[in-house]
Design a protein around this ligand. Structure first.
Ligand code: HEC
Ligand code: HEC
Length: 202
């Protein structure tokens, strides 16, 4: 079966589940374990680097992203299809479900202590006006609810994709252009280094 057919099937399943008048929290668990599982795994610790980990993320941030995918404020062909089938209550309950899962830690490939990645995360790049990532995402990357997402342990590859999308303006759902302004000043090398460091944060 080709990928497009799989997606269509999955979205059909989601619409059917969403229409069922079941207990809300139970419905979210069913969606997570029957639909989202395909890419994010049932506990939100995705093992494929292009699919973000959702485990331990702030529930409100997850809900906001789902709502942004549905409205088109954040564009992604896969997730827009998923989110189209979700009601606001589903989005809130899915945020609560994945937010309450325990995030599995990961390791940096080469940007550990003393690396360029660490310098950018903790101190920014003063010469070109890049602020420390830690000032909004927290010293350990745990984020600051509700606005600033958790980054610790997230797949570096996914984060680089997002930084590039903010850099080009393709992702434009950040309030006050916070991430577009910052990522706009980062080179590909800066992005790779800081994302690798963040992947290893705990
Ligand atoms: C077929 C694969 C697939 C399925 C199934 C899927 N997702 Fe996703 N999801 C993705 C991809 C790919 C992205 C990254 C999109 C991007 O690059 O902007 C993503 C991103 C997200 C994000 C944004 C995370 C962040 O850190 O900003 C959330 C939230 C999310 N998905 C929730 C869900 C939920 C809830 C479900 C089930 C209803 C689901 N996804 C089903 C592939 C999938
Ligand atoms: C002024 C505050 C601020 C600073 C400083 C900041 N960020 Fe962010 N970042 C945000 C906000 C707000 C979002 C969420 C945007 C949204 O609502 O979708 C975000 C989102 C992200 C995301 C996407 C997360 C996801 O799950 O999709 C990544 C990756 C990221 N930031 C990396 C960085 C890096 C790397 C730095 C340092 C170079 C940095 N940020 C500095 C505010 C900040």
């Amino acid at each position: 079966m080709n990928f497009r057919k799989t997606i269509a099937l999955v979205i059909g399943l989601l619409a059917a589940l969403s229409a069922q008048a079941a207990d809300d929290a139970a419905k979210a668990t069913t969606m997570a374990t029957q639909v989202c599982v395909a890419c994010h795994t049932a506990d939100g610790n995705s093992v494929v680097a292009m699919y973000p980990k959702l485990a331990g993320q702030h529930p409100e941030y997850i809900t906001k992203q789902l709502s942004n995918f549905k409205s088109g404020a954040r564009k992604n062909p896969i997730m827009s299809g998923m989110a189209a089938a979700l009601s606001p209550e589903d989005m809130t309950n899915l945020g609560a479900y994945f937010g309450s899962q325990t995030a599995k830690l990961a390791a940096a490939k080469s940007n550990g202590a003393g690396s360029v990645g660490e310098k950018i995360f903790k101190g920014g790049i003063p010469g070109i006006g890049v602020p420390a990532c830690a000032s909004c995402h927290g010293p350990n990357g745990a984020g600051i609810p509700v606005q600033f997402p958790r980054l610790a342990g997230q797949h570096a590859e996914y984060m680089v994709t997002q930084l590039k999308a903010f850099h080009s303006g393709e992702r434009a759902n950040d309030g006050a252009k916070m991430m577009r302004t910052i990522a706009g000043k980062l080179s590909d090398q800066d992005m790779a280094a800081v994302a690798d460091y963040i992947q290893g944060l705990r």
